[in-house]
Ligand binder design. Sequence first.
Ligand code: AMP
Length: 445
Amino acid sequence: RERRALRHAGPQAGSRQVFAIMFPDLFLDILFTTLKKEMPMRVLVVNAGSSSLKSQLIETDGKVTLMKCLAEKVGTPSAFMNVSFAPDFQKTTYNVADMPVQECLAKLLDILVDDPESPISSLSQIDAIGNRVVAGGEYFTRSVIIDEAVREKLAICEELAPLHNPPADACIDLMREAMPNTPQVAVFDTAFHATMPAKAYMYPLPREYYEKYRIRRYGAHGTSHRYAAQQAANLLGRPLRDLGLITCHLGNGGSITAVNHGKSIDTSMGFTPLEGLMMGTRSGSIDPAIVTYLMRREHKSFDEMDAILNKESGILGVSGVSADMRDVLAAAAAGNELADLAIDMYVYLIQKAIGGYYAAMTRTDAVVMTAGIGENSAELRERIFAGLAHMGMILDHERNDVTGQIGVNRIISIDDSPIKICVVTTDEEVRIARETDNLVGQLHE
Ligand code: AMP
């Protein structure tokens, strides 16, 4: 186009056209780089867990999701994988029985290339890959592009999240082989919490265990807390650096963070995501002596004890009904007393945690609710804030009501509430895609 313009322009040709004709290769290089920077990027987001694989193909420009995948019960005989494509997201279910997570991902890559509904027909049409990595230890305080040195450090971090990091690493390796020229980014759950002071991240244990094994609080859900804090600042119309916020990520996993001037200063998850709140199947914080007591009395192995605390406790363990809050709410409404007790405990532990972080900060401007339960359950928000009005967190019952409001970021406290209450919709995959776009975009600058 530039050359044609030059022909038409004749003697009035601008310096750009002259440059194009004199140095065509260099010009095309610059043009390509500029276009690449401006073109929407197709990012494959991979969120590999201990027994699940979540993935989306996202066009970052308009935050458009082109493909969604969810594999559950991965590694078991009843594992299945649902894959759907835009625009109507009709799910197709694939059998992935007994496959490890990286084989499920390999199958997904085949589907992406072969399915007539897929927006791509070759893996080269994926511009970048964004991987969720749970634990980055002290090595990673922000998202990084994965190269050889990063991959080596990721291997060391596996010890910190033995359930979550190894499957993520296995997926990274698989994609490095399948798409060697596509940049991959690691987005860490722990990175946002790298700003915690030592008094918040150290445990009262003999120093040698920190020095030998780096046993300390790392936290998790960092991408979600960072996003929730920024969205709350937008809602409040004030810069994040001026605010004191308590962000509550209440989903199947749960954690609460004190965000002071935009920085995490303390968070409820610890060395692993087991500490803190009561969760779907995780116990959260309990007296550590219970662990050794049960191991002795019931002759439990380390792995069995790990499974009890991570997979059989929490809302599921107390209610005996389900790990899913909707089921437990329904059971409680139908008169199930243990379901009611589970909800009471869940609410009480959140209230105590919010109170603790209120004390940890010099000021609190807002409490922010996000993730499955935080976003969707007006009933639980009602119960949580019923106990916190004396701290200045006063809910507006009408604004709290979800009718027609799901997915809308909003303030749900009364106008005069000294501390505001916000609801923010989280979308982890979109946030990972955006971080990936940012980092990979810098490669082209
Ligand atoms: P997440 O891990 O963020 O996907 O959240 C999952 C949790 O959110 C599950 O316990 C769901 O039962 C819960 N959840 C989703 N929608 C609702 C709702 N409308 N009311 C209560 N809990 C909900």
